[in-house]
Design a protein around this ligand. Structure first.
Ligand SMILES: CC(=O)SCCNC(=O)CCNC(=O)[C@H](O)C(C)(C)COP(=O)(O)OP(=O)(O)OC[C@H]1O[C@@H](n2cnc3c(N)ncnc32)[C@H](O)[C@@H]1OP(=O)(O)O
Length: 518
């Protein structure tokens, strides 16, 4: 029966719908045990649909209480008025909508103080630090460990609600998958037993990578197919890759000994703790732990968002500038023979910033290529004063008599070449002048972003020096108002084959964070 047949005009229906509708972000509230402060989800569209709207209630409150040790949830749904079912339109079934997102225990009405809480987090302690008188620890566990598996399941409830495009991981209990996944837990420790409060977590998993060492089987496989084809095939085979290699390579004790990458999958600091450098500490702990194994060749990040990119750039730069004299010594070489500069098709990037040194540092630090390239660009830019970072000063190109201008000219060439290769697929779709303009504009955004990052790095270094926080590579970040300065899309995936020229994905995207042209 439509509105006309029923005698009810469509305006009245619209009014009624509005009267009985609630915004799902606003009515959902998280309460962390032991904290007065509550927090709201950033997204609820995966649960309640694109409109983030719930129909059929007035005075609706969806409260999710989280136990502080393991984030075990307890769901409570209350309302003042419910739309009568007999009216032909059913109110949203809130519990049913949440069933795929919260673990079963959330619906069981279990009193969170009822069951015994373990006295210690699962796995091993990998990092600890103090901040403003509080003590914090990072614990890492295989997700197949019972307690870690349970905490992973609880923590997953937060992923779609706080990480845009984030999806729930269910790896625990599976022999192969579980062994590849790790859960990194950041706890605030309040001093007495059972006083651990979970304030953030990260997940990571190991994936096969192309070999970097002599292995007959891997060499054979590499010979059989092109590297790219082989990579695609291995990735598509997912979890089967490791056992297959293991069966075929009896000298390997575990499939985890095969050359691999570690990949950070999810990363979250609970809202009440954000902006106080805990994210930097957790990232530092994860980087250190995940890159220690000799079989791990690289650390990558799955679809990082802008906030994570910033955190990662800052942390990586602070670490490299503190621990790698070779990285600190990198400079733009302006002494390049004009023969090397005749063709724009062959920019001598290997000479501008020596490739052999770059490769050596990259392998040692196990940073993903594109991330490392960007860090080199930021570091080498740091020696060019801001007043010389201008296109207007480059009329004489490599012949400039001012050494800083000449350095910027070469640096510009170096960065533009990477941007061109990176965005080639997009750029070749536009003609001559337009192409040059598009590349120029991407370049200018990158310089802006880098300059902003350099300011942060210098401030953080000053702060660290002041605080004398020797042990904490990234510690002591003050809470500052975040200003989103970067417009250019900077993204990471395992091969860095991503878009860098500002095309956003639409709503409903699966990776949810950054544009990708593939
Ligand atoms: C792989 C992935 O999962 S990507 C998804 C990452 N997770 C999320 O976005 C979930 C919601 N957000 C969070 O969990 C946290 O805010 C994080 C992880 C993004 C950052 O953790 P925090 O503890 O808040 O960051 P921390 O205080 O260590 O900040 C370190 C630096 O990161 C950057 N940063 C942190 N948050 C933001 C933000 N919201 N926007 C822009 N930059 C940010 C800043 O450069 C900051 O440096 P500063 O001290 O000079 O300001």
């Amino acid at each position: 029966m439509d509105a006309e047949d029923s005698g009810v005009d469509s305006e009245t229906i619209e009014e009624q719908v509005a009267e009985w509708s609630s915004n799902s972000n606003e009515c959902l509230t998280f309460h962390l045990e032991g904290h007065d402060e509550t927090f709201k989800p950033a997204f609820t569209y995966p649960i309640f649909g694109e409109e983030e709207s719930i129909f059929g209630y007035q005075g609706l409150a969806i409260d999710v209480r989280l136990r502080n040790f393991d984030l075990q949830p307890k769901l409570e749904v209350t309302w003042d008025e419910k739309f009568p079912s007999s009216a032909g339109v059913e109110p949203t079934d809130i519990k049913a909508a949440l069933e795929d997102f919260l673990p079963e225990c959330a619906f069981a009405g279990i009193d969170l103080t009822e069951s015994d809480v373990p006295t210690q987090p699962p796995g091993e302690l990998t990092h600890s630090y103090t901040k403003d008188g509080g003590k914090y620890e990072v614990w890492v566990s295989d997700v197949n460990e019972g307690l870690a598996g349970r905490i992973l399941a609880n923590a997953q409830a937060l992923v779609p609600m706080f990480i845009e495009g984030g999806t729930i991981v269910d790896a625990a209990g599976d022999k192969t998958q579980g062994a590849r996944w790790k859960l990194h837990l950041l706890y605030e420790c309040r001093g007495t037993t059972a006083s651990y409060s979970l304030i953030g977590f990260g997940t990571s998993y190991r994936i096969f990578t192309l070999p970097d060492r002599k292995d007959p089987l891997l060499e054979h496989m590499a010979l059989l197919q092109s590297p790219e084809k082989m990579r695609q095939q291995l990735l598509s085979r997912g979890a089967d890759v490791f056992p297959t290699l293991l069966n075929d390579s009896p000298h390997l004790e575990s499939f985890l000994d095969t050359p691999s990458r570690e990949r950070i999958s999810q990363f979250l600091i609970l809202p009440p703790y954000q902006g106080s450098s805990h994210g930097s500490q957790l990232y530092h702990a994860m980087y250190t732990h995940l890159t220690i194994s000799p079989s791990v060749l690289e650390l990558t990040v799955e679809d990082p968002n802008e906030a994570f990119d910033d955190l990662r750039d800052l942390s990586d730069l602070l670490r490299l500038r503190k621990t790698s004299p070779e990285f600190c010594a990198l400079r733009v070489n302006t002494n390049i023979h004009s023969d090397h500069l005749k063709s724009t098709a062959h920019i001598p990037t290997h000479l501008i910033v020596p490739l052999d040194v770059r490769e050596r540092i990259r392998k040692e630090t196990k940073l993903q290529s594109r991330q490392f390239d960007r860090l080199v660009e930021i570091q080498t830019l740091s020696f060019i004063p801001p007043t010389h970072r201008s296109k207007a000063r480059l009329t004489k190109k490599e012949h400039s008599t001012n050494e800083q201008d000449k350095t910027y000219w070469f640096w510009r060439l170096y960065v533009k070449q990477r941007l061109y290769i990176f965005n080639r697929d997009v750029l070749i779709q536009v003609e001559g002048d337009e192409r040059a303009k598009a590349l120029d504009s991407a370049f200018e955004s990158v310089v802006q972003g880098y300059s902003a990052m350099l300011e942060r790095v210098l401030k953080a270094e000053e702060r660290l020096q002041r605080d004398g926080e020797e042990g904490n590579v990234n510690g002591g970040a003050a809470v500052e108002k975040r200003v989103r300065k970067r417009k250019v899309v900077e993204e990471d995936d395992e091969d860095g084959e991503d878009e860098e020229m500002g095309m956003e994905n639409g709503p409903g995207k699966t990776n949810g964070k950054k544009a990708r042209v593939e």
